[in-house]
Design a binder for this molecule. Structure first.
Ligand SMILES: NC(=O)c1ccc[n+]([C@@H]2O[C@H](COP(=O)([O-])OP(=O)(O)OC[C@H]3O[C@@H](n4cnc5c(N)ncnc54)[C@H](O)[C@@H]3O)[C@@H](O)[C@H]2O)c1
Length: 460
């Protein structure tokens, strides 16, 4: 059932900036229904605001938004497991299946302390538009648990994953719902989850992606998000008769997305001036060499490795952020974590000449940072579009599993590049059609794909 239309006078603060009457009523209904789900409500608000011009032209699609704000199904479950002392621990598991309008549910699992239904719904709502804009036949979902893998032994993680899957397996499977990794769920956890799924379901199928290469994983999956951001950036530059050669880039993070983003930037002839972690950043005036990047990867391959140990550039600690480097910067690639670029950081970047920002992480820029970039004419690409390479290659993994084939690295990389060019083109065309910016264009392009399907399927 779609949310009831609410009384918008009760939600002045939440509805700030929304002018369209019908849209205000829909959003008020969503807020009435789950007033405490702050993360979810702000994600809905951000998408809805950019859809106003769509509802001016196509008011009938307001119904589709109303439908999409309510997940098709949300499952919460108990996950009991036994720690190394032999004591029973209990966590909560989630799977929120948001929309199957475009295909079977698809979206990652997050294991992290503090995970709750609001966070999973926020991520699942975002996933709906991200998956849609790839133009691949994928629905959307997200799941996880408030289990924190940090500080747990590997046998504790294994027991937790097995217990989690013992319940989750009832709701997932190939052509039904295919989870993948996210924060706290890497190749090790996917391996344990997949092993338990097979034991219970009694079949080997594409029930999970992000698997190891030796048992159904795809080439380029680890690299996909980072490479994809660069392919997206390249398409945006090409559109402006420009390219990545010699561009001075700042990349934050030094994990999966950041390191492969930096690697592809080097392959394209750009200069990577900085990389960071939660304690600080390294700065190399002329740009990191490939050997220096390999050194960073080596340091970070150890869970407790710190960039402090990097030999070859300037290290700045005290949790300093790389956006402050005092040199000319052309482009920024935040690839670490949410809210890592605030308004002050945005100002520093534009003072240093930054003209392009491509998000590798999910929601790394605060809304005031985004407003500043827009004011200064910076091309801002939201993660929903620019980091869709990860989920795109997950889909390629499913296709390979179903066909029983394993494609070569070059083949997967070229398919990824084509998909990312398509994502850029979709966001750009929608932005042009509705006379808005690329970020709003990404929301509009994703929404139109899924909304048309929702309505054609009888608004279910
Ligand atoms: N891995 C994927 O395929 C994928 C796909 C889409 C989006 N994302 C998003 O990209 C981001 C990074 O994911 P990842 O897979 O690279 O994770 P990761 O754990 O491999 O790396 C995260 C990096 O961020 C750094 N970091 C953490 N907190 C920080 C802070 N406060 N300041 C600066 N650096 C900090 C860590 O040191 C690490 O280098 C997340 O927002 C994730 O949701 C990842």
């Amino acid at each position: 059932m779609a949310p009831k239309k609410g009384d918008d006078t009760k939600h002045d603060e939440y509805l700030k900036g929304i002018k369209h009457d019908g849209l205000r009523a829909v959003l008020a209904g969503v807020a009435d229904r789950d007033p405490d789900q702050q993360e979810f409500l702000s994600a809905v608000h951000e998408v809805a605001k950019s859809l106003e011009p769509v509802f001016d032209k196509k008011p009938e699609l307001l119904k589709a938004l109303e439908v999409l704000c309510e997940p098709e199904r949300q499952i919460t479950f108990r996950v009991p497991w036994i720690d190394d002392k032999g004591e029973v621990q209990v966590n909560r598991g989630f799977r929120v299946q948001f929309s199957s309008a475009l295909g079977p549910y698809k979206g990652g699992l997050r294991f992290r302390e503090g995970v709750n239904l609001s966070i999973i719904k926020f991520l699942g709502f975002e996933q709906t538009f991200k998956n849609a804009i790839t133009s691949l036949p994928m629905g959307s979902a997200k799941g996880g648990s408030d289990f924190e893998p940090k500080g747990k032994s590997s046998s504790e993680v294994q027991r937790f994953c097995q217990s989690f899957m013992t319940e989750l397996h009832k709701y997932i499977g190939d052509r039904r719902d295919t989870p993948a990794g996210d924060i706290g769920v890497g190749p090790t956890e996917i391996g344990y989850l997949f092993g338990q799924y097979k034991r219970i379901a009694g079949v080997w199928n594409a029930a999970l992606t992000g698997k190891g290469l030796g048992f159904g994983g795809s080439f380029i999956r680890p690299e996909a998000t980072g490479y994809g951001v660069v392919f997206f950036a390249e398409a945006a530059l090409k559109d402006r008769d420009d390219d990545l050669k010699d561009k001075r880039c700042v990349v934050s993070g030094s994990g999966n997305v950041a390191s492969y983003c930096a690697m592809m930037l080097l392959r394209k002839g750009a200069k990577v001036l900085a990389l960071s972690d939660s304690k600080g950043y390294v700065y190399v005036e002329d740009g990191l060499t490939e050997d220096q990047l390999k050194q960073v990867l080596e340091i970070k391959s150890n869970h407790n490795g710190s960039l402090e140990d990097f030999d070859g550039g300037k290290y700045v600690g005290d949790r300093a952020k790389p956006w402050e480097i005092d040199t000319e910067v052309d482009m920024a690639f935040p690839c670490a974590t949410q809210n890592e670029v605030d308004e002050e950081d945005a100002k520093q970047l534009t003072q240093h000449g930054c003209k392009f920002l491509f998000e590798g992480a999910n929601m790394p820029c605060t809304s005031s940072a985004v407003e500043h970039f827009e004011k200064e004419g910076v091309l801002y690409a939201p993660g929903k579009a620019s980091n869709a390479g990860g989920v795109a290659v997950s889909w390629l993994e499913m296709v390979q599993n179903r066909s029983g084939l394993s494609w070569e690295e070059e083949e997967v990389e070229s398919k990824l590049e084509e998909i990312m060019k398509g994502v850029y083109e979709s966001a750009k065309s929608a932005a042009e059609e509705y006379d808005t910016n690329l970020a709003a264009g990404a929301n509009i392009a994703g929404f139109l794909k899924v909304a048309d399907a929702v309505m054609a399927e009888g608004a279910v």
